[in-house]
Write a protein that binds this ligand. Structure first.
Ligand code: SF4
Ligand code: SF4
Length: 294
């Protein structure tokens, strides 16, 4: 039987860091009930600082395998160093940060001197928010390059918590347009782009819009700090117009955004006027989110 999907998955993206993406995700997470919140910025998770989940339960994340040479077995032929295209082997020692886990050295070693074991690349956490909804965030170990895989893993785990009450999956996406962003987008119903009125903000927004158009993800824009450079704000509006993208709202620069971060609060807890603006923006976003069937 075809059944209407009970929840909608929304991703917040910005193309670059520092645009206020996490601030807005936190505000919407505070506003909405019956949700699951996932911080997919696994290289620099910070949404938990604002949403303050409790009772965090840890799980290890196994990334790629890593090579290690057993010097008792190694006869010093040098073949492994020769074939490693990542230059991860020097003087019969594998640099665990440079090793990309391709396994080539393991296959060529004539003396079976190289082990190839799964590597703990990070941790992810499941906690509870004050309204009892679940919150996931993760920490990738320094130098690990499996952020896309970790994003997929954390989302998979988070989605097992969907129940009949779940209405929203809110995802704080990673910066950029690379593999972790693609992983955060998988299965999403709508993307909210947080744009900033700066030249780099405009540049990154264009790249992100191209990506979303290519993969046909529906999206809309919030312009943050629009009054910093009204010429660029106009350019963002023109870009949106040309691409048929809705602008949900323009938020002015306000020192209260920084103050609320310093206090570890969401902006809607700190400034009632901005709360009203966020509520108005949400009513527009909600109207745009497609209802579809599974
Ligand atoms: S597994 Fe691949 S990257 Fe790692 S040391 Fe061996 S050849 Fe180099
Ligand atoms: S290929 Fe094997 S035997 Fe040769 S240097 Fe590397 S670890 Fe040692």
């Amino acid at each position: 039987m075809i059944k209407d999907k009970s929840y909608r998955q929304i991703v917040f993206l910005s193309g670059k860091g520092g645009t206020g993406k996490t601030t807005f995700t936190a505000a919407f997470a505070k506003l909405l009930k019956n949700k699951i919140v996932i911080d997919c910025d696994v290289d620099a998770a910070n949404l938990y600082l604002l949403l303050k989940p409790s009772g965090n339960k840890e799980s290890v994340f196994i990334g790629c395998k890593k090579a290690a040479i057993d010097l008792l077995k190694c006869t010093g032929c040098g073949l492994c160093e020769e074939v490693c295209r990542f230059d991860a082997i020097k003087n019969f020692v594998v640099d665990q940060i440079s090793c990309e886990g391709c396994g080539f050295c393991v296959r060529v070693c004539p003396d079976n001197a190289i082990s190839f074991e799964p590597n703990i690349s990070g941790i992810f956490f499941k906690g509870k928010l004050e309204d009892d909804s679940v919150f996931f965030h993760a920490r990738l170990n320094p130098g690990e390059g499996n952020s896309g895989k970790l994003v997929t893993e954390i989302k998979k785990e988070a989605l097992t918590n969907i129940d009949e009450k779940t209405e929203w999956i809110l995802i704080d996406g990673p910066p950029g347009i690379g593999c972790p962003v693609n992983a955060s987008l998988a299965g999403s119903d709508f993307v909210v782009l947080i744009a900033e009125a700066t030249l780099t903000g405009l540049h990154d927004l264009k790249r992100l819009i191209e990506l979303l158009k290519t993969f046909k993800f529906r999206h809309g824009i919030i312009i943050n700090k629009y009054d910093l450079n009204e010429e660029i704000t106009r350019a963002i509006c023109d870009l949106a117009n040309d691409n048929g993208i809705e602008i949900f709202g323009l938020i002015a620069f306000n020192p209260d955004f920084v103050r609320s971060l310093q206090l570890g609060k969401t902006i809607i807890e700190h400034n009632p006027d901005i709360k009203t603006q966020i509520e108005e923006i949400w009513s527009k976003i909600k109207f745009e989110i497609p209802t579809h069937q599974i």
